[in-house]
Structure formats: structure tokens, C-alpha cells
Write a protein that binds this ligand. Structure first.
Ligand SMILES: *Cc1c(COP(=O)(O)O)cnc(C)c1O
Length: 400
């Protein structure tokens, strides 16, 4: 690409939308005329003839643990869609989280995370790396402390006031990390509410097709990203080349996928919530659903400017609580379209009884991840499944 074109592309991308950035933010890194990036899985590179040992130049790729062209492209897009931050990718979301803890070395942490794997990382860090005291948000903090929120939180889909947590951290010179896995761009831009770092499991919405393991840290400041990349080269916790390629491919449609999933979820959550009133509703049985949890149904804390934090709607994960544990244990197997499976963020809907893997979750609850199926088909499936759990019970009691 000629210099003239590069400048023109940069001008076109100035203030561009997420949808556009996700498609074009890496165009300056295209080295061939291929419209789609090539699948390049090399581990090592032929060195340029003139290069000496210490002057490869910044654009020279040497060994894939350090850099690779596809990784540069996917990181360019990930940074740009997060308000022009600097992205560093990892083998998994938890590898990213561990890398960030090693980089920041907090003395104390306020940890508002729901995902049990994040707690396991914290435990391992504490056991093997350094003591890390967990304190509550009401505790006065100090400069080397860290506030970590998962927004929205897994598994309920309920939201936090990022601004409030950022202000609290910054009052003491501490820093705020937002795990935004459950609501990627365009749903939220945590840097605008004061977050210092954003992390994601790329296995969820960013890749969106249940076929990638990956994680990412996005920093405001490029020195942090440079440091993280140096550490990553030593730890070797890189995302694979094929995974990077799949992730880049998926990011092209992030905006349209996430917006559709968010809209479908809002409709489904509001509809299911009407079944909590104790009477049958639109084909849903009475007295089966106890409560639905999601940002949409949450009582928000005073002063939370939710419209600025989530300007386009909430995430596509929610939790449903049934009145009986027996119903909850059976429900996930009653659907035709929803698959009983862990994880979320993909094009297909999934449902999971979480108590089995996370005993902190009530045995009456299930986590639901809404995919890209149509709302009417999903409603039909929910009617069928919720009615089926009651029918099973009637059959069982008839036999007795
Ligand atoms: C899945 C998940 C992670 C962990 O990511 P992996 O890629 O599975 O390591 C971290 N945070 C949240 C909120 C998640 O849902």
C-alpha cells in the first residue's frame, strides 16, 4: 500500500465507528494484495540479508513467540475498537489476567468478579507469587492497590457503575481493571468511564463462534502494552496463529453480532420476566420461573449513569431462577435450540446449570447465553422447555 493510500485510510478511520474500525483498522498492516489475511502459521522467519544480530528493525518478524504479522493485525483492531487503546493478546482470558497481576503487582485488591476462574487465578497468585489482600470497596485504598470489576458480572448479567469504581480507585491513586468479557464494544467503552485496563476472554463474543481460546488486555498507555509484550515473550503465553486469524476474522462482524444478541436478549428477558408473576403468560406456565437476573431488570444504584456506560443496551447473558431445584436440574435438557453447554458469546444459544461447576451459584438457577437465533424461534423453544419440565413431573407423580 502506498503512502498516499495509508494517509487517506488513516483520515477515513479518524472518529470511525466500531463497525468500521473492526473492518479497516489493520489495513495499513496488509503486506499483500489479498483482501482476506492469509492463514500464516510459521514459527520462524527468514531473516533479511542485511540484518545484523541487533538491527532487525521494528517491522522484522523473527520468531512467533515474539511477534507475528497476524498478531499485529488482530492487536491493531482490538486496540482501535477500544477507544484507540493498546491491545496485547494471550493464550486465554485467564492467562491475560495472570499477566496483568504480574505486571501491576498490587498490594491489595478489591475484587468484584463473579467468574469462578478469576478467583482461582487470584488464589494461585496469592499462593505462589505474592500476598495479595482482598479488601472491600468501602476500605480506603492506597497507591499500589487495584480495583477489579467484571462488568456485566458473570453469571447474572448484572452491571456495575464503572465510573463510581474508577473515581473511588483514582481518589487514592489506585487503578481500575474492567473485565468486559460479558459486554464487548460496541456495548461499552470502559476507558470513557475511567478504567485503566480492560481485559477480555476472547473465547466469548470477540471470537463469537466457539472455536477460539484467547485473551486480551487493552491498556490506555502504550508503555504498559510494551512491558506486557516483553513479559509475554518470556512467559510464552501467546495466542496461537490460527486462533489469531480466526479472531481477526470474527472481529469483522463483532458489531452486528453483539448488537443483535443484545437486542434479542432484551426482548427475551422482558418476556420471561412476565412469567414470574405467578400466572401463565403467552404460553409460559405459571409458577415455574421465580426470578430473572439481567442488567435490564436490575435496581440500579443512585447516580449510576447507565445510559453513558451501556449506551446501546446490555449483554446477552442472563440468569433464570426457577421455583424448584428439580425443575432447574432438568430444564437445560428440554430445549431444541438451546444447547446445554458451558461458556457463552457464540452464535448459538446455550444454557447451563452452574451449581455443578460453581457451588456458589444457587441450584435453582441456570445461566443463559443468547445466540443469533430469531426471537420468535427462541420464545417457542422456551415455551416448549418450561412446559416440558412441568409435564415430566406430572408423569413421575402419575407413576407413583
Ligand atoms: C470466560 C471468562 C474468563 C476466562 O477466560 P478464558 O478465556 O476461559 O480463560 C474471564 N472472565 C470472564 C468474565 C469470563 O466469562
Amino acid at each position: 500500500m502506498g503512502h498516499h493510500q495509508t494517509v487517506a485510510a488513516a483520515v477515513a478511520l479518524h472518529q470511525a465507528d466500531i463497525a468500521t474500525l473492526a473492518i479497516h483498522a489493520d489495513s495499513h498492516l496488509a503486506v499483500t494484495a489479498d483482501l482476506a489475511p492469509a492463514i500464516n502459521v510459521t514459527s520462524t522467519y527468514k531473516l533479511p540479508e542485511k540484518a545484523g544480530v541487533d538491527n532487525y528493525g521494528s517491522e522484522t518478524h523473527v520468531y512467533t513467540r515474539e511477534t507475528s504479522p497476524i498478531r499485529s493485525r488482530v492487536e491493531a483492531v482490538l486496540g482501535k475498537i477500544h477507544d484507540g487503546g493498546h491491545a496485547v493478546t494471550y493464550a486465554t482470558g485467564l492467562a491475560a489476567m495472570f499477566a496483568l497481576l504480574l505486571h501491576l503487582k498490587p498490594r491489595r485488591i478489591v475484587f468484584c468478579a463473579g467468574y469462578h476462574g478469576c478467583h482461582a487465578v487470584l488464589d494461585l497468585y496469592r499462593k505462589k507469587v505474592a500476598p495479595l489482600e482482598e479488601v472491600s470497596i468501602t476500605t480506603p485504598l492506597a497507591k499500589d492497590d487495584l480495583v477489579w470489576i467484571e462488568n456485566p458480572t458473570n453469571p447474572t448479567g448484572e452491571v456495575y457503575d464503572t465510573r463510581h469504581y474508577a473515581d473511588h480507585a483514582h481518589t487514592y491513586g489506585a487503578r481500575l481493571v474492567v473485565d468486559a468479557t460479558m459486554a464487548p464494544p460496541p456495548l461499552q467503552q470502559p476507558f470513557r468511564q475511567g478504567a485503566d485496563f480492560i481485559v477480555h476472554s476472547a473465547a466469548k463474543y470477540l471470537s463469537g463462534h466457539s472455536d477460539v481460546m484467547g485473551g486480551v488486555i487493552i491498556t490506555r498507555c502504550c508503555q504498559d502494552a510494551e512491558q506486557l509484550k516483553i513479559h509475554r515473550t518470556v512467559m510464552g503465553s501467546i495466542m496461537g496463529s490460527l486462533e489469531s486469524w480466526l479472531l481477526l476474522r470474527s472481529l469483522r462482524t463483532l458489531d452486528v453480532r453483539v448488537m443483535t444478541q443484545s437486542r434479542t436478549t432484551a426482548q427475551l428477558v422482558a418476556w420471561l420476566n412476565l412469567a414470574t408473576r405467578g400466572c401463565a403468560h403467552d404460553g409460559l406456565p405459571a409458577n415455574v420461573v421465580a426470578k430473572v437476573f439481567h442488567g435490564l431488570l436490575q435496581t440500579l444504584p443512585k447516580g449510576f449513569d447507565v445510559c453513558s456506560t451501556f449506551p446501546h443496551g446490555f449483554g446477552a447473558v442472563f440468569t433464570i431462577q426457577l421455583k424448584s431445584e428439580a425443575h432447574a436440574r432438568r430444564l437445560s435438557q428440554q430445549f431444541s435450540l438451546l444447547t446445554a453447554a458451558t461458556s457463552f458469546g457464540s452464535y448459538h444459544s446455550t444454557i447451563e446449570w452452574r451449581h455443578g461447576i460453581d457451588p456458589k451459584q444457587l441450584p435453582t438457577t441456570l445461566r443463559v447465553a443468547v445466540g443469533l437465533e430469531s426471537i420468535e424461534d427462541l420464545k417457542r423453544d422456551w415455551r416448549r422447555a418450561l412446559n416440558a419440565v412441568c409435564t415430566v413431573e406430572i408423569k413421575v407423580s402419575a407413576k407413583l
